[in-house]
Design a protein around this ligand. Structure first.
Ligand SMILES: NC(=O)c1ccc[n+]([C@@H]2O[C@H](COP(=O)([O-])OP(=O)(O)OC[C@H]3O[C@@H](n4cnc5c(N)ncnc54)[C@H](O)[C@@H]3O)[C@@H](O)[C@H]2O)c1
Length: 385
């Protein structure tokens, strides 16, 4: 098949920038794609970070320390931007105004105001495709749950719980970094960092909360600064949001949690739905298993644990007997973005990357959660249609 080569620039060559490089480098893993990303230009304020790309990817033609120079490169079609949250608004807006397509990292602006500025830039440039990174829904188990929701298998939904939990911050000697400082990570704290991952599916499934009551915790008050001093650890470590959802057919409670300090959990993303006719759960803790409990009046209530085959949104060379993992979900997300850049409304499969509107929805929820935490009140949310 003749593939359209999409010439990418990467701005921010840290943890996530390298994940994209790895996904692009193993594109041969995917079958039947009619597009392929080629990382031709990279930019990081720290030149050492770009050196890894030069060493690892033969496709890199140019490196920059100033992203504006990368944006002036006319041979670059699209950008992946993975920089600290305080830089999202300025850099994303400049990317969009340059006419290059963008897959930007969450939370898509450090706060609601920054997010609104990005939204304005998008509306000024309707031909630019902009999407927000969120990979976990591409796990086959998550896709299975989405399918069951779309098929109305759950009956009356009793409750939804979704979360993303980490535990490395349990160690109080872990040095502070930009993700623990309000100036760089934002007031949202763990919600800005982890929350878009948790909200992506609920928002995609039409479950916008009509109210939120938030319990936010700061657990480790200070951390080493790496220079022998202890400095304040300013951001929220954990957040539990009790939401009320009302759709045209359903009304149910939804508990969303983002935790940096959840002992025993390393990158645990999960969604659990209980319903009168089906209950189901997928968690990345058991990445190949989906739990389901179908129920008929008077019947047995028994959980079924099924090993989901490696059956991803985009076909791969991996046999169905093998397991799917984090880097596979990243590859699938990139396949969806490149598919959409190439085939627009005629995507090869229907699950598209998180949209800027979905990211904006997450900002509405997090901003209300901060207000709830400040006032101790349940905050009503107002959604513009
Ligand atoms: N999708 C996911 O699973 C996931 C996971 C982790 C982080 N993230 C998101 O990715 C983004 C980056 O996080 P990270 O963990 O990769 O951080 P990181 O600190 O590892 O990397 C950020 C990079 O940006 C660079 N940088 C800073 N200022 C810059 C500038 N002005 N121009 C160019 N480069 C600059 C830094 O030098 C650093 O190399 C954040 O938005 C974060 O929320 C997403």
């Amino acid at each position: 098949m003749n593939k359209k080569i999409i010439r990418f620039g990467v701005i921010g060559c840290g943890l996530m920038g390298r994940e994209f490089a790895s996904a692009a480098a193993r594109w041969c893993h995917l079958t039947n794609m009619n597009s392929e990303p080629r990382i031709v230009a990279v930019c990081d304020a720290n030149p050492e970070a770009t050196q890894w790309f030069k060493n690892s990817l033969a496709s890199v033609e140019a490196t920059y320390t100033d992203y504006r120079e990368l944006l002036a490169n006319p041979t670059v079609d699209a950008i992946y931007c993975a920089v600290p949250h305080n830089l999202h608004a300025q850099i994303y807006i400049d990317i969009i105004e340059s006419g290059k397509h963008l897959l930007g990292e969450k939370p898509f602006g450090i706060d609601k105001e920054a997010n609104a500025l990005i939204t304005e830039a998008i509306s000024r440039n309707p031909n630019v495709i902009v999407r927000c990174s969120s990979e976990f829904p591409f796990f086959p188990g998550a896709q299975q749950i989405v399918q069951w929701v779309r098929e109305n298998k759950f009956g009356k939904i009793i409750e939804v719980e979704a979360g993303f939990w980490h535990s490395s911050d349990l160690d109080p000697t872990k040095p502070i970094n930009w993700k623990r400082r309000i100036a760089t990570n934002g007031e949202y704290g763990c919600m800005g960092d982890l929350g878009m991952h948790v909200l992506h599916l609920p928002i995609r499934l039409g479950w916008k909360p009509k109210s939120v009551r938030a319990l936010l915790s700061k657990i480790v008050p200070e951390r080493p600064d790496g220079k022998g001093e202890l400095v304040p650890c300013e951001t929220w470590d954990n957040a539990i949001l009790a939401c009320e959802v009302e759709t045209s057919t359903q009304q149910f409670p939804m508990v969303l949690s983002t935790k940096r300090i959840a002992p025993g959990h390393a990158n645990t993303w999960f969604i659990r739905i209980t319903g009168t006719e089906l209950s189901a759960e997928f968690t990345t803790k058991n990445p190949k298993q989906v739990a389901s409990l179908p129920y008929r009046s008077g019947g047995v209530q028994s959980w079924h644990i099924t090993d989901t085959p490696y059956k991803s949104a985009y076909g791969t060379i991996t046999g169905g007997i093998f397991e799917f993992g984090f880097s596979d979900s990243i590859l699938q997300m990139w396949a969806a973005f490149c598919d959409e850049l190439t085939n627009r409304a005629e995507m090869m499969q229907p699950f598209y990357c998180a949209t800027p509107e979905e990211a904006t929805s997450s900002h509405i929820v997090f901003t209300a959660a901060l207000e709830s935490s400040r006032t101790g009140q349940t905050i009503a949310l107002h959604w513009e249609e």
